[in-house]
Design a protein around this ligand. Structure first.
Ligand SMILES: [Zn+2]
Length: 303
């Protein structure tokens, strides 16, 4: 039972929208690749957990306890235990020496077990405060089949790629249906999830500095132009109905600028194509119009 499914994390969705419109610095590029890689690993792990029955599963929780924010990749409730997973998509050779983790080339990396134990400890405090008493069992999951770890002591709470299937089969075995206590704990966790927009460091972008236009849905380039009622990509030749293109661009605008008001003018500038009439028609069809003095703006129709 997946109570909080895995979705593309908001910061990654935002980065993907930014890429065609903004020149990333080398550091920002590095952070973006790291987000994509992490996402790939979590997505893969999420698809494996889908096969488990009777267990309550939650992905990607951002919680707070006493001003400490902590992020959980995946949680699973079974019997009286909470299984906490930190998913790592590391690739290549790694080794451990005196509790310090290194890449094959000898570069020290953040010890994933320290991350896991911080998370475990904060989750334990969070549960105590919320009146739940479940033991927590944490594991770092190495999801990438190209990952090799040398000199790992036997007792570490890690699951290597070659152990993952067996581990999940064991988890799936003899799992009774969740009871009310499990459900109320899961509800508490999901309702405490914070907006992850503020947690991740994103580039400091401004509206004025972003390139405007419609991003091609296939190749992500901004070299699109309007031909009749279709938006055509000059780079890859993909075509899209103009309404769909403009609605997709409005969604990107909302994602990147949640505090900016949606007006005909700004959306026309943002899309770089379409007459006032077209933009007004699309906004009028899919959004709710509001008034502020003489000016109109639009909000989501369920807003
Ligand atoms: Zn294209």
């Amino acid at each position: 039972m997946i109570l909080k499914p895995y979705n593309v994390p908001l910061p990654l969705q935002m980065m993907r929208c930014l890429i065609p419109r903004y020149e990333l610095s080398p550091k920002e590029k590095h952070d973006y690749i790291y987000l994509e890689k992490g996402h790939e690993g979590e997505r893969k792990f999420a698809s494996l957990l889908e096969n488990l029955s009777n267990l309550i599963i939650m992905h990607d929780l951002l919680l707070e306890c006493d001003n400490n924010i902590f992020q959980i990749d995946a949680l699973l409730l079974k019997h009286k235990t909470i299984h906490l997973f930190e998913v790592k998509n590391f690739e290549g050779d790694f080794y451990i020496e005196s509790d310090i983790w290194y890449t094959g080339s000898g570069k020290e990396i953040k010890n994933p077990l320290l991350q896991l134990s911080r998370c475990e400890s904060l989750l334990r405090q969070f549960l105590q405060k919320s009146g739940f008493n479940f033991p927590i069992k944490g594991n770092v999951i190495f999801i990438n089949s190209e990952f090799t770890l040398y000199q790992a002591p036997l007792h570490l709470p890690i699951i290597l790629p070659t152990q993952l299937n067996r581990f999940l089969n064991q988890l799936n075995a003899n799992s009774p249906k969740p009871n009310n206590n499990h459900i109320s704990l899961a509800d508490k966790l999901v309702s405490s999830h914070l907006d992850d927009r503020s947690y991740h460091r994103l580039p400091h972008y401004h509206y004025d500095q972003l390139k405007k236009g419609i991003v091609c849905m296939s190749c992500n380039s901004l070299t699109t132009s309007l031909m009749g009622r279709r938006v055509v990509c000059d780079h890859c030749g993909s075509e899209e109905n103009v309404d769909t293109s403009i609605r997709r661009s409005i969604q990107q605008f909302q994602l990147l600028f949640p505090d900016k008001k949606i007006t005909t003018n700004i959306i026309q500038e943002w899309c770089g194509i379409g007459s006032d009439k077209t933009i007004r028609r699309i906004l009028g069809s899919y959004f709710k119009m509001k008034w502020q003095g003489k000016n109109t703006y639009y909000v989501d129709s369920n807003g």
